[in-house]
Design a protein around this ligand. Sequence first.
Ligand SMILES: N[C@@H](CCC(=O)N[C@@H](CS)C(=O)NCC(=O)O)C(=O)O
Length: 219
Amino acid sequence: MIKLYGLGFSFNVSKVRYCLNHLGLKYEWVQTNPIAGENKAPEYLDVSPTGKIPAIDIDGFKLFESNAINRYLAVVNNSSLYPQDAKKRAVIDAWMDYASIHVGQAVGRVLFNRVFAPMTGQKSDQESVRVGLEFLDKYFPILEKQLSANPYLAGKEFSLADINLLAVLDPCELSQISIDQYPSINKWRAGLKAQPFYQKCYKDYTQFVQEMMNAKAGK
Ligand SMILES: N[C@@H](CCC(=O)N[C@@H](CS)C(=O)NCC(=O)O)C(=O)O
């Protein structure tokens, strides 16, 4: 039995859900809400020592960090999402890292300060938003170039790198990060968002978070 700990708004959690769905794996969804401090509970820290979401528990094997989780799931299921070939893996790793470390952190800055800080009564840092957008202005053209030359982020095959970037870009509309000017990113993204592994999680991420925020505000 696979248990997945997290909350639907987190793009790091979405990464793992997309991977599980794509692999056709059933899982028990253990909603763990960091806004309510549930990630600091001792039982959760036993699963994820960093207190971050997501984490998984597969028959007692506990693992945190979304990319480590997805690699593990793909490897044990012998999936083409993360093929055996060392060079193919290395290229997938490179794009996974780029999506997480660079694009994801920049999107996260804007998302936090424009959406979650106001939502949770924390102070917004507009300088952090400016820096995040400045980084994205450098990163998006690199992704556009890669996706105009290849159907998928790491080349010809759909892989964990695509799952990673797809999830990282989910909050763009909600955070008013414009990617309209990048046709190849948009085409690639629209194609993947139409697929069952994505649709099983959300029809639309922005609508999902807005409904969550309205429910919290009692609207
Ligand atoms: N590198 C981690 C990042 C996880 C992460 O930052 N999770 C956020 C939600 S998106 C979280 O748990 N925040 C709560 C906290 O840090 O207390 C991963 O990829 O799993």
